[in-house]
Design a protein around this ligand. Sequence first.
Ligand code: HEC
Length: 198
Amino acid sequence: MDSFEFNKIAGAVLAAALVVFGSRTLINEVLHVPEPEKPGYEVAVMTTEGDGVGAAKDAGPSVVELLASADAGAGKKDFKKCVACHTIEKGGANKIGPNLNGVVGRELASVSGFAYSAGLKGKGGSWDYVALDSFLTSPKKYAPGTKMAFAGLKKAQDRAELIAYLRENTDSPPPLPEASESAEAGESSEAAPETAKE
Ligand code: HEC
């Protein structure tokens, strides 16, 4: 082939490479594809994003506000994401995670006979609504070193429903926080990674 033709081909190859490389970079830029923090297993949990409300919910009211009207029945369905590792009924066995009956208001890491991580044990305090909300948003962020291999629930509505369900399975739960107290819950919205990242 003459050098003109060669140049044409070389040019085309280069252009193609540029497009491929460029669009990959662009896609990464736009989508912010995160590198996994650590490779390995995180129990894959199916999320049903079918209700069409999407992320818009997250910009809305805090979990503390949502709790007032959160549907524990819906929370029971959400709890399917947890049953691989947790029982909820009174006297239920510890599985990969501890039994969760009565967890609302309970001291952190206090089920006897369950071997908690140092991360959770060292944290101290009790599972009030704000603590549960932060933990369920991102277990790893709330209690670094936790062995709860669960990515977290992005939607405030889901967390509120689940917490309502946990509350229903607690004999004498602490009173629901007043919505006005939610100003203090600023910490929990700070803990919500989705608002920061996206
Ligand atoms: C892959 C297994 C797994 C899944 C799924 C899981 N958990 Fe856990 N969970 C654990 C483990 C393990 C611990 C103990 C954590 C530690 O010791 O650091 C734990 C701890 C907890 C605690 C603290 C209990 C205590 O006694 O202090 C709560 C609350 C909790 N999980 C709620 C949930 C909810 C709600 C879900 C579902 C949205 C869920 N978990 C899904 C494994 C799991």
